[in-house]
Design a protein around this ligand. Sequence first.
Ligand SMILES: O=c1ccn([C@H]2C[C@H](O)[C@@H](CO)O2)c(=O)[nH]1
Ligand SMILES: [Zn+2]
Length: 200
Amino acid sequence: MPKRNSHERLSKRLQKYLTRLNELKFEVDKRQCLSGRDVVPPKKKVLPECIVRFCELDFEGRQLVEAALIARLKAYAPYSKFKVGAAFRSKAGDIFTGCNIENVAFTPSCCAERTALVKAVSEEHTTFTGGAVVAYHPDAFITPCGVCRQFILEFAKKDIPIYVASAPEHDDALPMIEDEHKVLITSIYNLMPRSFSSFE
Ligand SMILES: O=c1ccn([C@H]2C[C@H](O)[C@@H](CO)O2)c(=O)[nH]1
Ligand SMILES: [Zn+2]
Protein backbone atom coordinates (compact mmCIF):
# COMPACT_ATOMS: atom_id res chain seq x y z
CA MET A 1 0.00 0.00 0.00
CA PRO A 2 2.22 2.84 -1.23
CA LYS A 3 -0.19 5.62 -0.22
CA ARG A 4 -0.17 4.62 3.44
CA ASN A 5 3.63 4.23 3.47
CA SER A 6 4.18 7.71 2.08
CA HIS A 7 1.72 9.10 4.62
CA GLU A 8 3.62 7.38 7.44
CA ARG A 9 6.95 8.69 6.11
CA LEU A 10 5.55 12.22 5.95
CA SER A 11 4.13 12.01 9.43
CA LYS A 12 7.49 10.70 10.76
CA ARG A 13 9.31 13.59 9.04
CA LEU A 14 6.82 16.06 10.45
CA GLN A 15 7.39 14.69 13.95
CA LYS A 16 11.16 15.04 13.44
CA TYR A 17 10.76 18.69 12.37
CA LEU A 18 8.49 19.40 15.32
CA THR A 19 11.03 17.93 17.72
CA ARG A 20 13.77 20.09 16.15
CA LEU A 21 11.51 23.14 16.31
CA ASN A 22 10.96 22.53 20.00
CA GLU A 23 14.70 22.21 20.59
CA LEU A 24 15.25 25.55 18.85
CA LYS A 25 12.43 27.15 20.84
CA PHE A 26 14.05 25.85 24.01
CA GLU A 27 17.39 27.38 22.95
CA VAL A 28 15.78 30.76 22.12
CA ASP A 29 13.94 30.82 25.46
CA LYS A 30 17.18 30.04 27.27
CA ARG A 31 19.05 32.86 25.53
CA GLN A 32 16.24 35.34 26.13
CA CYS A 33 16.32 34.38 29.75
CA LEU A 34 20.09 34.82 30.00
CA SER A 35 19.80 38.24 28.40
CA GLY A 36 17.29 39.24 31.09
CA ARG A 37 14.26 39.37 28.82
CA ASP A 38 12.41 36.59 30.58
CA VAL A 39 11.84 36.25 34.28
CA VAL A 40 11.25 32.51 34.48
CA PRO A 41 14.11 30.30 33.34
CA PRO A 42 12.73 27.52 31.11
CA LYS A 43 14.20 24.33 32.48
CA LYS A 44 12.08 21.78 30.79
CA LYS A 45 12.22 19.90 27.52
CA VAL A 46 8.76 19.77 26.00
CA LEU A 47 7.67 16.89 23.76
CA PRO A 48 6.22 17.82 20.35
CA GLU A 49 2.45 17.63 19.93
CA CYS A 50 0.90 15.91 16.94
CA ILE A 51 -2.24 14.28 15.63
CA VAL A 52 -1.92 10.79 14.16
CA ARG A 53 -4.18 7.92 13.21
CA PHE A 54 -4.73 5.26 15.88
CA CYS A 55 -2.89 2.66 13.77
CA GLU A 56 0.17 4.93 13.65
CA LEU A 57 0.63 4.87 17.42
CA ASP A 58 3.27 2.56 18.82
CA PHE A 59 2.12 -0.52 20.72
CA GLU A 60 2.38 1.18 24.12
CA GLY A 61 0.28 4.14 22.96
CA ARG A 62 -2.42 1.87 21.53
CA GLN A 63 -2.45 -0.16 24.73
CA LEU A 64 -3.02 2.96 26.85
CA VAL A 65 -5.86 4.22 24.65
CA GLU A 66 -7.53 0.79 24.66
CA ALA A 67 -7.20 0.49 28.45
CA ALA A 68 -8.78 3.95 28.86
CA LEU A 69 -11.66 2.98 26.55
CA ILE A 70 -12.41 -0.10 28.63
CA ALA A 71 -12.15 1.86 31.90
CA ARG A 72 -14.61 4.44 30.57
CA LEU A 73 -17.35 1.81 30.47
CA LYS A 74 -17.29 1.81 34.29
CA ALA A 75 -17.88 5.59 34.53
CA TYR A 76 -20.34 6.65 37.22
CA ALA A 77 -21.75 9.79 35.61
CA PRO A 78 -25.49 9.91 36.30
CA TYR A 79 -25.52 13.74 36.45
CA SER A 80 -23.49 14.90 33.46
CA LYS A 81 -23.91 11.61 31.52
CA PHE A 82 -20.41 12.41 30.22
CA LYS A 83 -18.30 9.28 30.57
CA VAL A 84 -14.52 9.57 30.71
CA GLY A 85 -11.81 6.90 30.87
CA ALA A 86 -8.12 7.26 31.64
CA ALA A 87 -5.06 5.03 31.79
CA PHE A 88 -1.51 5.69 32.98
CA ARG A 89 1.57 3.51 32.62
CA SER A 90 3.85 3.44 35.64
CA LYS A 91 7.63 3.42 35.41
CA ALA A 92 7.50 -0.29 36.29
CA GLY A 93 5.31 -0.86 33.22
CA ASP A 94 1.97 -1.44 34.95
CA ILE A 95 -1.16 0.18 33.57
CA PHE A 96 -3.59 1.80 36.01
CA THR A 97 -7.03 2.80 34.78
CA GLY A 98 -9.82 5.01 36.05
CA CYS A 99 -13.20 6.48 35.20
CA ASN A 100 -15.01 9.60 36.37
CA ILE A 101 -17.08 9.19 39.53
CA GLU A 102 -19.71 11.86 40.14
CA ASN A 103 -21.57 12.87 43.28
CA VAL A 104 -25.01 14.33 43.91
CA ALA A 105 -23.28 17.30 45.57
CA PHE A 106 -21.18 17.77 42.37
CA THR A 107 -18.02 19.15 44.08
CA PRO A 108 -16.85 15.77 45.43
CA SER A 109 -16.77 14.32 41.90
CA CYS A 110 -13.55 12.74 40.70
CA CYS A 111 -12.27 12.86 37.14
CA ALA A 112 -11.09 9.72 35.37
CA GLU A 113 -7.45 10.87 35.34
CA ARG A 114 -7.33 11.36 39.10
CA THR A 115 -9.14 8.08 39.75
CA ALA A 116 -6.43 6.25 37.79
CA LEU A 117 -3.56 8.10 39.46
CA VAL A 118 -4.99 7.73 42.97
CA LYS A 119 -5.24 3.98 42.41
CA ALA A 120 -1.64 3.85 41.21
CA VAL A 121 -0.08 6.10 43.83
CA SER A 122 -1.88 4.21 46.61
CA GLU A 123 -0.05 1.12 45.37
CA GLU A 124 3.33 2.86 45.42
CA HIS A 125 3.53 3.67 41.71
CA THR A 126 4.41 7.35 41.68
CA THR A 127 6.20 7.88 38.36
CA PHE A 128 4.52 7.52 34.99
CA THR A 129 5.75 7.31 31.43
CA GLY A 130 2.51 8.13 29.63
CA GLY A 131 -1.25 8.41 29.89
CA ALA A 132 -4.44 8.34 27.85
CA VAL A 133 -7.80 10.08 28.21
CA VAL A 134 -10.94 9.20 26.28
CA ALA A 135 -14.48 10.58 26.15
CA TYR A 136 -17.06 10.75 23.41
CA HIS A 137 -17.14 13.91 21.36
CA PRO A 138 -18.07 13.99 17.66
CA ASP A 139 -15.48 16.58 16.63
CA ALA A 140 -13.19 17.68 19.46
CA PHE A 141 -10.44 16.26 21.63
CA ILE A 142 -11.38 16.20 25.32
CA THR A 143 -8.25 17.13 27.27
CA PRO A 144 -7.80 16.89 31.08
CA CYS A 145 -9.25 19.64 33.28
CA GLY A 146 -6.97 22.05 35.16
CA VAL A 147 -7.06 20.13 38.43
CA CYS A 148 -6.08 16.90 36.68
CA ARG A 149 -3.26 18.64 34.78
CA GLN A 150 -1.78 19.77 38.10
CA PHE A 151 -2.32 16.29 39.54
CA ILE A 152 -0.60 14.57 36.60
CA LEU A 153 2.28 17.04 36.80
CA GLU A 154 2.91 16.05 40.40
CA PHE A 155 3.86 12.54 39.26
CA ALA A 156 5.76 13.36 36.07
CA LYS A 157 9.52 13.58 36.57
CA LYS A 158 9.83 14.82 33.00
CA ASP A 159 7.46 15.49 30.15
CA ILE A 160 5.23 12.51 29.36
CA PRO A 161 2.94 11.92 26.38
CA ILE A 162 -0.81 12.12 26.93
CA TYR A 163 -2.90 10.38 24.25
CA VAL A 164 -6.34 11.88 23.70
CA ALA A 165 -8.97 10.12 21.60
CA SER A 166 -12.72 10.02 21.20
CA ALA A 167 -14.59 7.04 22.62
CA PRO A 168 -17.37 5.53 20.51
CA GLU A 169 -20.79 7.16 20.80
CA HIS A 170 -22.36 3.85 21.86
CA ASP A 171 -20.83 1.70 24.58
CA ASP A 172 -21.40 -1.57 22.70
CA ALA A 173 -19.50 -0.48 19.58
CA LEU A 174 -16.84 -2.89 18.36
CA PRO A 175 -14.04 -2.30 17.70
CA MET A 176 -13.91 0.42 20.33
CA ILE A 177 -11.59 2.43 18.12
CA GLU A 178 -10.98 2.26 14.38
CA ASP A 179 -7.49 2.26 12.85
CA GLU A 180 -8.24 5.52 11.04
CA HIS A 181 -9.43 7.28 14.16
CA LYS A 182 -7.51 10.49 15.01
CA VAL A 183 -5.50 10.63 18.22
CA LEU A 184 -4.00 13.79 19.69
CA ILE A 185 -0.60 13.15 21.22
CA THR A 186 0.00 15.99 23.60
CA SER A 187 2.07 16.01 26.77
CA ILE A 188 1.77 17.21 30.34
CA TYR A 189 4.17 20.14 29.76
CA ASN A 190 2.15 21.22 26.72
CA LEU A 191 -1.04 21.03 28.78
CA MET A 192 0.52 22.85 31.71
CA PRO A 193 2.96 25.50 30.46
CA ARG A 194 4.69 27.73 33.03
CA SER A 195 3.15 25.71 35.84
CA PHE A 196 3.62 26.21 39.53
CA SER A 197 6.01 23.53 40.63
CA SER A 198 7.77 24.55 43.81
CA PHE A 199 7.64 27.09 46.61
CA GLU A 200 11.16 26.24 47.78
O1 LIG B 1 -10.76 15.37 31.43
C1 LIG B 1 -11.85 15.20 32.01
C2 LIG B 1 -12.91 16.10 31.86
C3 LIG B 1 -14.09 15.82 32.55
N1 LIG B 1 -14.19 14.72 33.32
C4 LIG B 1 -15.46 14.41 33.99
C5 LIG B 1 -15.83 15.24 35.17
C6 LIG B 1 -17.33 15.10 35.19
O2 LIG B 1 -17.70 13.89 35.82
C7 LIG B 1 -17.70 14.98 33.72
C8 LIG B 1 -18.24 16.26 33.13
O3 LIG B 1 -17.35 17.30 33.31
O4 LIG B 1 -16.53 14.58 33.07
C9 LIG B 1 -13.15 13.84 33.46
O5 LIG B 1 -13.25 12.80 34.12
N2 LIG B 1 -11.99 14.14 32.82
ZN1 LIG C 1 -10.11 16.55 35.81
